[in-house]
Structure formats: C-alpha cells, structure tokens
Ligand binder design. Structure first.
Ligand SMILES: [Zn+2]
Length: 344
C-alpha cells in the first residue's frame, strides 16, 4: 500500500477516488474475527451463532436501518452508499460527488470498540495491579500506535495481549453495544450532511467550505443523536435495536477523540489541526443539551452508570499519562521523529 499523505490521517481533503478505488483495501475479516473470539471465549457462543449474529448485526444493515429512520423522521431517504475500508484515517465522512457515499474507516471502527472495552475492563478491575497496568498500556497503544500512526494491531495483539485482560464476556458485550450506538451516530451524522446539503441546495462535494460551517456540524450531530435516541425509545421491531444503556455512547465517542488529541499533545507536544469539526468537548456539551430535552423520556439509570465507569478510567488515563510523561517513563513509546514525519 502507498504511504498515505499526512493530511489524510486525520483530515478529509484527499480526492474522493482514492478512497473508492486506489486505496480500496479492507482488513476486516469476519471468519478470522470469529475464530479469534472463540479462542478467547470458547464457552459462550458457537461459531454458528456468531456467524448468524454478524449476518444481522453488521455495518451495512445498520446503515439501512438509519436510512429508514431518516425517512420516517425527516421524510427523506438518503441516497448515499456505504464504503468501509482501511486507509489509516481516524475518520468517517460524507462525499457528495457523482456517486454519493458515506465512508467509515476500519481503523476508526476497530479502535473505538477496543478503546471502550479496555476502559470498561480497567474500571471493573482497577484494584488488580496487573490489569490496571495492562489496561493503561493498552489504551496508550491504541491512542498512540493505532490512532496517531494509523496502524492496525498485529495478529499477536489479538492472540496474546487481548486475552490477558479481556476476560469478561459481559464487558465485551456491553462494549459491542456501545460500538453499535456510536456507529449509528456517526452514520446518521454523515447522512445528515447529505440531507442538509440538499436541503440548503448547495454543493457538498470537494469544494465545500470545510472550516467554516460549524453550524452544519452541530445540526448534523443534533439529527444524528435524535435518530439514535428515537431508535432507543421506539418500540417498533427493528433489525438493529440500540440498547437504552448505550444512550451516552456518543459522549464516549467524543471523549475518545478528546483523549486522542490529548495523547498527541502530551507525547509529542503537537496540536492536530481540527478544521473539519468543532472540538469534541464543544460537541459533547451540545449533545448533552439535546438529550436533556424532556421529549426523550426513557430509563437512563443503567446508561448513566455505564458512562460513569467509562469516565473513571478516562480520568485515570489522563492523570497517569501526564505523570508518567513528566517522570520520563514513556520514552520507549514516544516516537518523536516518526511523528515529525507525519507532519510532512
Ligand atoms: Zn460532520
């Protein structure tokens, strides 16, 4: 694979064809994923059950579900296709050229689910020193090697590292449910760009003014969260029903980006230029204002508990990272010259 120009790592200013064609590579492998899962958790599911599960719970079905919700809520059926590949970008995007598509990088999908599973495990077992230490190091690995440098974890990470701390099937299931809610949110956000661009009758393709239109970003977040919360509340039968205890998962998603930027600042004293979206904390505050509306009435207790567990580890990571950096304990994982090269 060609080296990806720096800006592609985080921004979305690359010509669209590269995403569709030239870099059309996928690292997702359902069969291998199931095999690895069964090695870590041999006692809970059969291979047939897992295959059936991923036949119904997958990104493509979720995408269709969100399109249906869009139609029933906003009277508009989005036309975009879904593209999910690996390009080392921590991003999703909407492209409104001749072929409209929503793109979600596999790097984003993988790092989000592992990030949540690690933080929830960490909180659950933070009195156990070994788990504490491995969860810190793995979170750092995710934010540093995977998110900053765009690397997909090697096979040995899945075979040797994950089984050392991901032992609780319940936590893995909770994390997966949070993951689906986050994907629903991000897909709905991108489809909202399609909807808003047509509504305002302006071109939303390559020539869009990326760094000015924060208003549209907040509106896309509002629509996306509205769709997610309605999926949670509504009783209609759905292919993919989001769990009510995941209702704050979009906040975890914002926290994930926040911690990613934070790690880059602490290790490399860099500020990743964020020109395409408002800052994660600003977006999170806006999301809280939405969910506080009385029209979203459902049981939020489990969701609040889950988010608090997540936040405990989130805070721990922030403290530990800074402390260890100040004591010079992170030198072996600080790849300064490699980070410089990313700047191009
Ligand atoms: Zn956006």
């Amino acid at each position: 694979m060609k080296d990806i120009p720096t800006a592609m790592k985080w921004l979305m200013n690359s010509p669209r064809y590269t995403i569709l064609n030239e870099w059309g590579k996928s690292v997702y492998n359902e069969k291998k994923g199931i095999e690895m899962f069964l090695k870590i958790f041999p006692d809970y599911y059969t291979s047939e059950e897992l295959t059936r599960n991923s036949d119904s719970y997958n990104l493509e079905n979720l995408f269709l579900e969100i399109k249906d919700s869009f139609y029933s809520k906003y009277g508009y059926y989005p036309k975009s296709e879904l593209v999910s590949k690996y390009n080392g970008m921590l991003n999703s995007l909407y492209d409104g050229g001749n072929i409209r598509f929503v793109y979600v990088d596999e790097l984003l999908q993988l790092s989000v689910i592992l990030f949540i599973a690690t933080l929830l495990t960490w909180d659950d077992k933070n009195d156990d020193l070994e788990t504490y230490s491995i969860c810190f190091r793995f979170t750092l690995f995710l934010l540093n090697d995977v998110c900053i440098f765009g690397e997909i974890p090697s096979k040995s990470v899945f075979q040797d590292v994950l089984p050392r701390f991901l032992k609780d099937i319940h936590i893995v299931e909770l994390s997966e449910e949070c993951f689906w809610t986050i994907m629903a949110f991000t897909l709905a956000h991108e489809l909202a760009h399609e909807y808003l661009s047509l509504r305002s009758n302006m071109s939303h393709g390559d020539d869009r003014k990326k760094n000015i239109d924060y208003e549209e970003e907040f509106e896309a977040d509002r629509i996306a969260y509205d769709i997610v919360l309605n999926n949670i509340i509504e009783a209609n039968p759905k292919k993919i029903k989001l769990k009510n205890y995941t209702y704050l998962a979009p906040m975890m998603y914002m926290d994930f980006f926040d911690l990613f930027y934070y790690t880059d600042r602490v290790l490399y004293k860099k500020r990743i230029p964020i020109i395409d979206h408002p800052l994660p904390n600003t977006r999170k505050a806006a999301l809280f204002r939405i969910v506080d509306d009385d029209k979203y009435d459902f049981d939020t207790e489990d969701g609040n508990d889950l988010y608090n567990c997540f936040l405990n580890s989130f805070d721990l990571f922030k403290e530990e990272l800074l402390l260890k950096e100040q004591r010079g304990k992170l030198r072996t994982v600080t790849y300064t010259s490699r980070r410089e090269r990313l700047e191009g």
